[in-house]
Design a protein around this ligand. Structure first.
Ligand SMILES: [Zn+2]
Ligand SMILES: [Zn+2]
Ligand SMILES: [Zn+2]
Length: 253
């Protein structure tokens, strides 16, 4: 299997509109971050995690021609607002896109995209919402997916484990009871916003402590703000086996 990071930025992306900080004006492509999303692929199966405002660009950039299903971590706009752009997949297949989400998240998607779920409109996207819960693993076209219940401040959201790899984003804390689902993971992708504390996101220090506790072989940090620092400089400041993720990063596992 392969995980491709389609976006590694926080909700505003990097660069931020109108910002002239060193990350926002950096010429290093690693400092250019679309909103956080990932592609899990295995042979002909493509599973997308989150569909934020850059979904269309991410599908084009990674040349994704079909999607078996979309997993949503939570309902914040930077993770769902691109769902309208499933239309080309609907038109190609003639089928609705299957989107897996917590019941609360599914309800928010129904509200935010009322036109999709109301009276059928010609040309509107077609989405089939399938409820997920943190304790029921699912199987999508032969790929086993273990949801993990994590906390985004006070909001319970989902991370996912696929075999040896765990993908978490927008995490602030991980309940002790859920850590057994992550234990033994070889590859861990987890989020850190920047260096300062934040009420609903881990900062770098918290993420590094969490990575040290889980002790994966390799770890990458995602959902990064322009205030984290330059990719080139951060490289030298992270412990062995830990890196900042960047858009386009591919992890074979
Ligand atoms: Zn987010
Ligand atoms: Zn900036
Ligand atoms: Zn969020």
């Amino acid at each position: 299997m392969k995980l491709t990071l389609l976006g590694t930025g926080t909700s505003q992306g990097v660069p931020v509109i109108g910002c002239d900080c060193e990350a926002c004006i950096s010429a290093d492509p690693r400092d250019n971050r679309l909103r956080s999303s990932a592609l899990l692929s295995d042979g002909n199966t493509n599973i997308i995690i989150d569909a934020g405002p850059d979904f269309r660009q991410q599908m084009l950039r990674a040349r994704i021609r079909h999607v078996n299903g979309i997993l949503l971590t939570h309902e914040h706009n930077d993770h769902v607002i691109g769902l309208d752009d499933v239309r080309p997949f609907n038109f190609r297949t003639g089928h609705p896109m299957t989107v897996y989400a917590l019941p609360r998240v599914a309800e928010q998607v129904r509200r935010r995209f009322e036109y999709i779920f109301g009276e059928p409109t010609p040309g509107a996207p077609r989405i089939e919402l399938v409820p997920l819960d943190k304790d029921t693993p699912i199987n999508m076209d032969g790929i086993k997916i273990q949801p993990i219940g994590i906390m985004h401040g006070r909001l319970p959201i989902l991370g996912f484990r696929f075999g040896n790899l765990t993908y978490l984003t927008d995490v602030k804390t991980v309940p002790e009871s859920e850590k057994s689902k992550i234990a033994g993971t070889k590859y861990l992708i987890t989020s850190a916003l920047h260096q300062r504390e934040h009420p609903v996101h881990m900062n770098l220090e918290e993420a590094l402590a969490f990575i040290a506790e889980m002790a994966p072989t390799r770890a990458w940090i995602t959902h990064i703000s322009h205030q984290m620092g330059l990719a080139r400089e951060m490289e030298t400041q992270l412990p062995p086996g830990v890196s900042l993720a960047y858009d386009g990063l591919e992890i074979e596992f």
